[in-house]
Design a binder for this molecule. Structure first.
Ligand SMILES: [Zn+2]
Length: 348
């Protein structure tokens, strides 16, 4: 790989960081159009898809062969909000200090998108007669993969031979991903004047009991050798309209990450039993876990390259955190790894 590509991936990450793409307040369209422009210039055919106004995903393709399916790179351009704590760096400036590139989305996952885009640009000129490359750069991932679902349902994205997802993995190739079961738990009560709580039923108290039950909820499952144990986090709580009334409704947002072997329907039933009848559960996101068998030949080939391979340059431990950063060197290593994976896959 040329040091040119290395530099280009870092500056492209910085450029992407300067587009504010906080989901859902700052739509992805300008960022998506920028990437589409670069890829189109290099000879990729481009399709744009919007799951909502200005919430734009890009499908970019080059090459292709009737007998071999393409290699697909996948990434998202949206980020989570900045959080309540103030940042010590500008989250949108792309500042580099001590080998770290700071910014919201630097790890999750604008560095990953920049790395596979630069790798694809490097390969573009030789891609015509190969199995080809497809890039899926999606909007709206952080709130439940709306952009991906939209593409899967409405876009002709074709088949994939193999997929590389550039999510942060700090240079470790991963062959599985936990499932996500996001639930909204609602409690109801009866409103009354705040000075006469005995005349009402307090929905926040019911929600508090539910939160306590969720904190002590234990999954009845053996940890997966690769993905570890399932997790549960209460991410939001809302309830009550005014301080001097007994609240008649409260809501809790629950984020559960599951492992292979867990059935989401059974898990929901177990949660319902733990929470009791005063809590109504409603699914928000329901995506099963994935796990590619390690014996799979393509995975074996990727593992052979482990020493230098990166599937996502970002740092998973700082994703979604204040002062999110990504190691600058890892961005270059990712480009190198992506180029190598693509070369091996695309050779006919
Ligand atoms: Zn991500």
């Amino acid at each position: 790989m040329s040091s040119n590509s290395f530099q280009r991936a870092i500056s492209l990450t910085q450029e992407l960081l300067r587009f504010q793409t906080i989901n859902p307040t700052s739509p992805e369209r300008p960022c998506a159009e920028y990437l589409a422009g670069i890829l189109e210039q290099a000879g990729f055919s481009i399709r744009m898809h919007e799951f909502a106004p200005n919430r734009t995903s890009v499908v970019a393709r080059i090459g292709g062969h009737p007998d071999r399916r393409p290699l697909v790179f996948v990434g998202h351009t949206d980020t989570v909000p900045l959080g309540a704590r103030s940042w010590s760096r500008d989250p949108f400036a792309g500042e580099i200090s001590d080998g770290k590139l700071y910014g919201r989305g630097s790890s999750d996952m604008k560095s990953g998108v920049a790395a596979f885009v630069v790798a694809s640009l490097e390969l573009a000129s030789g891609a015509a007669a190969t199995a080809g490359l497809t890039l899926l750069i999606v909007a709206g991932e952080e709130t439940g993969c709306e952009g991906s679902f939209h593409l899967a349902r409405h876009a002709d994205i074709g088949a994939a031979g193999a997929m590389v997802i550039g999510e942060p993995s700090s240079n470790h190739p991963l062959v599985g991903h936990k499932g996500a079961l996001w639930l909204r738990a609602r409690t109801r009560g009866v409103t009354a004047h705040g000075s006469m709580p005995e005349k009402g039923v307090n929905a926040i108290y019911a929600a508090a009991r539910a939160v306590a039950a969720l904190e002590s909820f234990r999954f009845d499952v053996v940890p997966d050798g690769l993905l570890g144990s399932p997790t549960l986090n209460v991410g939001t709580i809302r309830g009550g309209l005014n301080l001097n009334s007994v609240p008649d409704q409260a809501e809790i947002g629950i984020d559960i990450r599951t492992i292979p072997g867990q059935r989401h329907s059974e898990l929901r039933a177990a949660l319902q039993a733990a929470l009791g009848r005063e809590v109504e559960l409603e699914p928000v996101v329901d995506v099963p876990s994935i796990r590619t068998p390690v014996e799979n030949p393509w995975v074996q080939e990727v593992f052979e390259l482990i020493a230098t391979i990166v599937l996502g340059p970002g740092e998973p431990s700082v994703a979604h955190q204040t002062d999110e950063w990504c190691e600058v060197d890892r961005i270059g290593q990712a480009v190198e790894a992506y180029v190598e994976i693509a070369r091996r896959w695309c050779t006919l």
